[in-house]
Every structure is written in C-alpha cells, then in structure tokens.
Design a protein around this ligand. Structure first.
Ligand code: TRP
Ligand code: SF4
Length: 412
C-alpha cells in the first residue's frame, strides 16, 4: 500500500456507519449490513467504525472482552472485502473528538428528544436483566448523532430500526446550525454577497426567500437555490462562501456547520437464524462467517424444518420452514422452484433440500476464509489498518471540532 493510493476521495459523497463490537461476525451481520458496506465503498467516501463506546452503553461492566471483540470484528470486515485502500476503518474510542461533540450537543438537546426515541423504551423492556437506567444509555442516540455529524456524512446506511436515530441527528444538526450558524457578521456578509448579484436577480432571490420563509413551499426553495447555483457559475469573484451564506440565508438556518445526513436504506435480504428467529450469537442460532465447513454442514443438516414433514413421505410447506428463508438468500430461481415443487409434493427429502444451501454457504465463505487467514497470521497488519484509518478520521474530526468551537465562541 503506498500512501498516495490511500488518500480519501473527498469528491465522492461520504457515508458513515458503525457497528458495536460483538466479536466474530455471523452470516446475519454479513447479509444485514456488511455486504452492503462492501458495495458502498466503491461509490462513496466510506467511513466505517467500531462503536465500542456504544457497546459500553449496555455492557458497561464487561471489561476484558472488548479488545478481542474489536479486532475479531475488524478481521471479519476485512475478510468480507472491506478494502482499507477504499474505505476508512477506525475505532470510536480512539477519537476523543466524538466525546467532545457529544458533550457540546448535550447542552442544548432537550431531554424529551431522547426519551421519545423509540429504541429507548424498547431496549429497556427487552434487556430487563441489565440496569439501563443510566445516563449513558439515554444519551446513546446523541452519541450516535455526534459520530455522524463529526464526519459531515451525507448518508448513513443503517437498518430501519435505526431510522429514528438518524432523524434525531438531523434535528440536532438543524438546531445547532440555527443556534450557532449566524455569527455576528452574518447579516453583513449576506448583504455583501447579495450586492454581487445583478439587481433583478437580487430582487428575485429575496422574493423566493420570503416566500419560502412564509409558506415553506419547496418550489420557492428550489428557485432560490437555482439562483445561487447560477450565480456561482456566472458571476466573477463569486466564492463558495457566498453560496453557502446565501443558502443559509435562504433557508433561514444560517451557515451549515453540521450537515444533516440522510438514512440510506438499501434493499437487503435478511437472513434469519437456524431456528427462523433473528440470528444472534446469544440465541445459539448463528453461523459464523468463518465457521468450519464441517460445522456449517452439521448445523444446516440439523436445522428444524416444517413440522408437518415428520416423515419423508409427508408433503410440506416452505413458508413454514426456516430452510426456505435460507433459499431466499442463497438460491437461484430454478433451485427455489425445485424446492417448492419437491417440498409440497414430498418429491424431495429435507436433507436433499438443504444441500444447495450448504454448498452456497461454504462457497460464499471461501474467499472470506482465505483473506482472514492472511490477517490472522499477521494481527499487526489489522492493528496497522485501524491505526491508519483512525488517523485519517482524526483529520476530519479535528477540522469539524475547530469549526464547532469557533461557532460556539469557544476559541478563547
Ligand atoms: N447504534 C448503532 C447500532 O447499535 C451503531 C452506531 C453507532 C452507528 N454510531 C453510529 C451506526 C453512527 C451508524 C452511524 O447498531
Ligand atoms: Fe423445508 Fe425444504 Fe424440508 Fe420443505 S423440503 S420442509 S422447504 S427443508
């Protein structure tokens, strides 16, 4: 790897996502998120991080396993095909800037915004065995907001369950820009930028701004934005600062210091666990990404099937069988057709039906195993990749924090 190749490509829109360190990844993680990340790194300036502080919000007493969990997880990210030359891989706790932004955002974030996040009550109900009446647990979506905003990410690839966190992030950014995006000289600078416009354009722009401010009509916003875009091309001496000022003025939001991100929900084929429930290591229904082929075979062969098929001669219904959900992820239309016909007519046995799934999983795992071997033989390489990514992330995080401190008047 030479250092020129690993520069981030800032012209591509940025995506950011994180995962809690849970150790070696399983197929549910791969199909639910990782596979998508591997695709995203081709088209986006991709930042992927280990959310180790987030793990502490629910597992604050588990010292001792975290280090292994972090590196096992990153090893699987690399095994799956995340390429450190295409994306930035880092660890949250190595960047105290996340904590600083979290603290600053916490000052102005109403408690109700956090109490209303749907995952808050859900998780408290679900994880009854843990004491989650903590400050950290309530605040964790705000920590997530800080994770996202500090990189000025345009998109956040997350599951539907995390939509409310991205929504909160947007509200937090909007409020921040509203509170701090209008420094003392903002109005004067806006006036100076407007003075660069031809008279008619200036009048048109102000008309759209008023219309948008009064009615919130998006056509007015679009027209105003169009005018700014046109001016950026046509007016000599126009600067990107001018554009930014006028866009802030137009929206009534001031300068954009923190960027409102968008959730990126990509169509993923969900893979359940061996019992048809959500795949999870703690439910004992998981297949690890680097599971031995013999174990994969044994796990699939002993998977439960449609209970109606007690005997080979009993016809079954794929809809009642978790193996069928594996076929949805792994099998071609022809094989799926063969399953439906064979199952409902008792033409095939369940072991026969499972074979293509076993073959597909083992084939899918082969390149992961090969890549992982190289990293497992040389753990220093994984550390080095994380180190490099962390430093790259730090450059971005530091810049945002300079802007944030400056906007908040904290540069004395
Ligand atoms: N909260 C996410 C989860 O539990 C992990 C996460 C933390 C995250 N920070 C993030 C995801 C920022 C996307 C962006 O899965
Ligand atoms: Fe399930 Fe296949 Fe058996 Fe039908 S034949 S019950 S789909 S394993």
């Amino acid at each position: 790897m030479n250092s020129r190749e690993i520069q981030p490509k800032p012209t591509r829109p940025r995506v950011l996502s994180g995962m809690r360190p849970t150790g070696a990844m399983h197929l549910g993680h791969y199909h639910g998120a990782l596979k998508n990340w591997v695709r995203l790194q081709e088209d986006y300036d991709s930042f992927f991080f280990v959310a180790d502080w987030h793990a502490l919000t629910t597992h604050y007493a588990d010292r001792g396993v975290m280090e292994r969990y972090v590196y096992d997880m990153v090893t699987d990210w690399l095994a799956a095909g995340l390429d450190p030359e295409r994306c930035t891989i880092f660890v949250q706790s190595r960047l105290p800037e996340h904590a600083e932004l979290f603290t600053l955002l916490a000052m102005g974030t109403p408690l109700g915004w956090l109490e209303r996040v749907p995952t808050y009550k859900d998780q408290i109900d679900k994880l009854k065995d843990r004491d989650l009446a903590t400050y950290g647990f309530l605040g964790y979506p705000l920590l997530q907001a800080a994770d996202i905003l500090i990189y000025r990410a345009a998109y956040v690839p997350v599951g539907e369950d995390q939509s409310s966190h991205v929504e909160l992030t947007r509200e937090v950014a909007r409020r921040f820009n509203h509170l701090y995006g209008r420094p003392g000289d903002f109005e004067a600078k806006v006036a100076a930028a407007i003075a660069k416009l031809p008279k008619d354009d200036a009048r048109y722009f102000e008309k759209q701004r008023k219309a948008y401010g009064e009615s919130g009509r998006s056509e007015a916003l679009v027209k105003g934005e169009g005018m700014v875009a046109k001016s950026a091309v046509n007016i000599s001496g126009w600067t990107s600062d001018d554009s930014e000022l006028l866009l802030g003025h137009l929206k009534g939001s001031g300068k954009t210091i923190l960027v409102e991100p968008q959730a990126l929900h990509t169509e993923v084929k969900k893979l359940p666990g061996l019992d048809g429930e959500k795949m999870s290591k703690s439910y004992g229904n998981a297949i690890a990404m680097r599971e031995e082929p013999a174990v994969v075979r044994q796990k699939i062969q002993t998977m439960r099937t449609d209970p109606a098929r007690a005997r080979r001669s009993d016809p079954g219904n794929p809809e009642r069988c978790p193996v069928w959900q594996f076929h949805q992820v792994y099998s071609s239309p022809e094989i799926k057709d063969w399953v439906v016909k064979g199952c409902t007519s008792a033409g095939i046995g369940c072991l026969e039906c499972k074979q293509p799934v076993i073959d597909a999983i083992i084939a899918e795992q082969r390149p992961w195993r090969e890549r992982a071997e190289q990293y497992l033989a040389n753990p220093k390489q994984v550390h080095w990749i994380v180190e490099m990514g962390t430093e790259r992330a730090r450059t971005v995080a530091k810049q945002t924090m300079r802007d944030v401190r400056d906007a908040m008047g904290l540069t004395y």
